[in-house]
Design a protein around this ligand. Structure first.
Ligand code: NAD
Length: 254
């Protein structure tokens, strides 16, 4: 079994969806968790992540109210992680989706997408890098298949997730020599509020059509991404750095 005991992991966007499952699985593997999110309530409903972790595992879990676009909030996250012994793992998972038609995207909407999806990843990492450098760090960035392949349907989102991919490779280059590994996960369609509410792929009119684009003919679950994140956080991936791990049922390969 994967053992993360002794590690402190910071998970942005850890209240809901993929980040919530990553937080719970990391805690189950023994890590203490800092959940950094806008609010504690999961978008999909249910018990807040921190309460779930305390009930289901022996690990410590703390919630820090944090908007990744706010410097003061990022500093609070770093402070809390330091109090817990210092961050060993950072999962840059907080992200938003926008799917406006290219000619309809306003500058304000574009800025918001870049602020959360790109600047958020950049500056949360910057805020925690000293802690990550202390004792062999791992950074896991949530990109997307939309950050590997373009799509005319959501150009601004692809732009933001492509930036996360090259940020990942660049950070891997800079910090690999100092024993911080930086990798990206590229999920396909994963069943969370993002794809049931923000863009109704699941539950929408074209669900069956979308499913046909997935070679495995099913959508992913948050646990599928948490499994990949566990691998990248653990010693099983100790020689993996600057890598894109695609977890999409085969979408990107077709
Ligand atoms: P989600 O909307 O279910 O959860 C995202 C979480 O991030 C929420 O708890 C939200 O409050 C938080 N968040 C949003 N903006 C924030 C901010 N400014 N500061 C702090 N927290 C913030 O989404 P999800 O599906 O779990 O997505 C997680 C990540 O995976 C995102 O980066 C997303 O782009 C990426 N992703 C998701 C899918 C998918 O199909 N669900 C596919 C590819 C990539």
């Amino acid at each position: 079994a994967i053992d993360l005991s002794g590690d402190v992991a910071v998970v942005t966007g850890g209240a809901s969806g993929i980040g919530r499952e990553i937080s719970v699985q990391f805690a189950d593997a023994g890590a203490d968790i800092v959940v950094a999110d806008l609010r504690e309530e999961p978008r999909e409903g249910g018990t807040p992540t921190v309460e779930r972790i305390r009930a289901e595992t022996d690990s410590d879990a703390q919630f820090v109210e944090c908007d990744v676009t706010e410097q003061g909030d990022r500093e609070n996250v770093a402070k809390r992680a330091a109090e817990m012994g210092g961050a060993d793992v950072l999962v840059n998972n907080a992200g938003i989706f926008r799917g406006e038609e290219f000619t309809e995207v306003s500058e304000a909407e574009f800025d918001q997408l870049m602020d959360v999806n790109v600047k958020g990843v950049f500056f949360v990492t910057q805020a925690l890098i000293d802690q990550l450098l202390e004792d062999g760090g791992r950074v896991i960035n949530l990109s997307s298949v939309a950050g590997l392949e373009g799509s005319g349907d959501f150009i601004s989102y692809c732009t933001s997730k492509g930036a996360v991919r090259l940020m990942t490779y660049s950070l891997a280059d800079k910090y690999g020599p100092e024993d911080v590994r930086v990798n990206a996960i590229h999920p396909g369609v994963i069943e969370t509020a993002m794809v049931t509410e923000d863009v109704p792929i699941i539950g929408g009119e074209s669900e069956a059509e979308f499913r046909q684009t997935v070679p495995l003919r099913q959508f992913g679950q948050p646990g599928d991404i948490a499994d990949a994140a566990l691998y990248l956080a653990s010693d099983l991936s100790e020689y993996v750095n600057g890598e894109s791990l695609v977890v999409d049922g085969g979408i990107a390969s077709t």
